[in-house]
Design a protein around this ligand. Sequence first.
Ligand SMILES: O=P(O)(O)O[C@H]1[C@H](O)[C@@H](O)[C@H](O)[C@@H](O)[C@@H]1O
Ligand SMILES: [Mg+2]
Length: 272
Amino acid sequence: MADEWQEAYEFAVEVARKAGMVKIDKEMKVLTKSSTVDLVTKTDERVEKIIIEQLPCTESTEKGCELTDAPTWIIDPVDGTTNFVHGFPFVAVSIAFAVKKELEFGVVYSCLEDKMYRARNGKGAFCNDEPISVSDVKDITKSIIISEHGTDRTPAKVEKIFSTMQKILCIPVHGLRGSGTAATNMCLVATGAVEAFFEIGIHCWDVAAGAVIVREAGGIVLDVSGGPFDLMSRRMLSANHEDIAKRIIKEIEVFEVPRDDGVKHLQQPSSF
Ligand SMILES: O=P(O)(O)O[C@H]1[C@H](O)[C@@H](O)[C@H](O)[C@@H](O)[C@@H]1O
Ligand SMILES: [Mg+2]
């Protein structure tokens, strides 16, 4: 049987590259989404339009996310919009494709670094056409971990986020980092530059492509409780190895966030 999705995969790489030809423009119009620190720009809209016009069979929906069995594109035109607005040099285009609710391939173009990350189920992960793989460090005290504080500044949530970061820092780990884009953070796990990245509050479009890239690079993608990864849950932990993941999970102070699909919060059974 012909390789059904290969053409779509290759096409997504080209579309991501074209969409990534964005320029840092000091006069850009900045708008806000869920809060005054959750930014979106006219460029986000322009890039989204470029992508949607070029990808085959796209129907765009303004109404949140619902993953059905139909072939579905999951797009973040500018991941790292706050970076983009400030000229902080990590901005990515993220394009994923799911079939029957399973992610089939993911493409992340880190445009300012000109790094094209891509992966397809069972076919490996690549950066600029070179195969990539996760780090082999299993000792958390020899690791670098990424987390982000997101855009919800409710004091109780911020407290949990910083308390988690403090506990992880004091394990101790070699360092804590954050590029400001979830898609790029996941690619940093996939290349072995860091051992893990976790965040509560991200959206499906921030992490869908990265999830395929991490898995194909030999890593794991889980819920922050250790249970199976649920794309709509807005909770994600990606790691090079389950030893690193288990150790981080011990320290994560989980808090509730509304799911992307609007379904009431589901309890995630831990696989550890
Ligand atoms: O830049 P966007 O697409 O809004 O995504 C980022 C999100 O807004 C932040 O809350 C997260 O901390 C980042 O990891 C996302 O990539
Ligand atoms: Mg994003």
